[in-house]
Design a protein around this ligand. Structure first.
Ligand code: DP6
Length: 353
């Protein structure tokens, strides 16, 4: 990333949405630099946003960061510092920074926030350092921290090719009237973080090579289904991508099992609803929560049914979301810190009743 300098204020603020992969990434390329071994395709989601301020200052001897008012430490802080170091290495900025970040969704919902978090951080830090950067370069910067974050620089449907530096848009958010319902089964930290989980899977699962070999076919089907707005093909390819990824982890030694009994009960119900005529497609990431993609007209009814399932603690309704953007005022950042008093009824993100 070589950028000409622009006016250097030392402060940058940005907002990015989370994304959920429809064709999954699980595995690092042997080429390193956090390049992915398989291509992936995701949908950026409105309603799951991270807002971040980066402020470089002469008064600091070390970088510091907070998320929703709590100090960031350990491995997550190392990843933040690594991104800031990359920005310092390619700009005139030498000072340390304070990073202040807010998730617009309840952190306790157990949803991955690294995608929106590192996308917002890449954009805010680059602006704070007074560097100009293309969206592709920002996506590559975010990818080096967390590959799924590369996709959150863009809105709508987004792809990240295998061993490709940056993500690229496939279709805009208004391309298809879909909604994504997140059925939260369990909140809290993952038993195995995805970075370590995928390294372990590659090292010990006899199914890993088959996953890497087949993922481009699944990605190609998902992409074709998205471009053609073919929901039947999308649900088949998307669910096979999810289940092949989880099968590959299950065959690791020791196995990695993110799914719970309630996850499988939910899938069973979804199958019944589909047989009764509902259009839906499920996916699960590195955790037990089930994400259900459905035509927007069916979303309210489906959200209410999901919320009634035993084992589902809440349902968050999301629409296709926009690309990451700069925030111009401190006020815009602050609005994100205002969470409803009862986080179990988070109407602000379109949660089902
Ligand atoms: C299951 O992007 O969190 O959500 O690059 O090591 O930070 P790192 O991994 P991460 O992995 C995401 C895995 C996934 C599938 C996906 O989003 O494609």
């Amino acid at each position: 990333m070589t950028q000409p300098k622009v006016a250097q204020s030392g402060v940058g603020r940005a907002e990015a949405c989370a994304n959920i992969a429809l064709a999954k990434y699980w595995g690092k390329s042997p080429r390193g630099d956090n390049l992915t071994a398989v291509p992936s395709l995701s949908l950026t989601l409105d309603g799951l946003r991270t807002r971040t301020e980066v402020r470089f200052s002469d008064d600091l001897i070390a970088d510091a960061a907070s998320l929703d008012g709590r100090s960031v430490t350990g491995r997550p802080m190392e990843r933040v510092c690594a991104l800031l170091d990359r920005v310092r290495a390619t700009s005139g900025e030498r000072r340390r920074a304070v990073v202040t970040s807010f998730n617009d969704f309840p952190t306790a919902a157990g949803l991955a926030s690294s995608a929106s978090g590192f996308a917002a951080l890449a954009l805010a830090a680059t602006r704070a350092a007074g560097a100009q950067s293309s969206r592709e370069s920002l996506s590559a910067l975010a990818r080096q921290s967390s590959a799924s974050a590369a996709r959150s620089l863009f809105g709508g449907f987004v792809e990240l090719g295998a061993e490709v530096e940056s993500a690229a848009p496939v279709a805009p958010a208004d391309h298809w009237d879909l909604a994504m319902l997140v059925a939260v089964i369990e909140a809290g930290p993952k038993p195995v973080a995805s970075t370590g989980g995928m390294v372990h899977t590659a090292a010990t699962s006899p199914l890993y090579d088959a996953w890497v070999a087949d993922a481009p076919r699944l990605f190609g089907e998902v992409k074709r289904a998205v471009l053609d707005r073919n929901f039947a093909l999308l649900s088949e390819a998307m669910e096979q991508s999810t289940l092949t990824m989880h099968a590959t982890m299950l065959a690791a030694r020791p196995p990695i099992l993110y799914l719970r009994g309630a996850t499988l009960d939910c899938l069973e119900e979804l199958r019944r609803w589909r047989n009764d005529g509902s259009e839906l497609a499920f996916t699960m990431d590195a955790g037990p929560n089930v994400k259900v993609l459905t035509p927007r007209v069916q979303a309210d009814a489906l959200a209410a049914r999901l919320a009634d399932l035993p084992g589902v603690t809440r349902v968050i309704r999301c629409e296709p979301g926009p690309e990451a953007r700069l925030l111009s005022t401190e006020g815009e950042l602050a609005t994100a810190s205002v969470l409803p008093s009862d986080p179990l009824r988070h109407q602000g993100t379109g949660e089902a009743p």
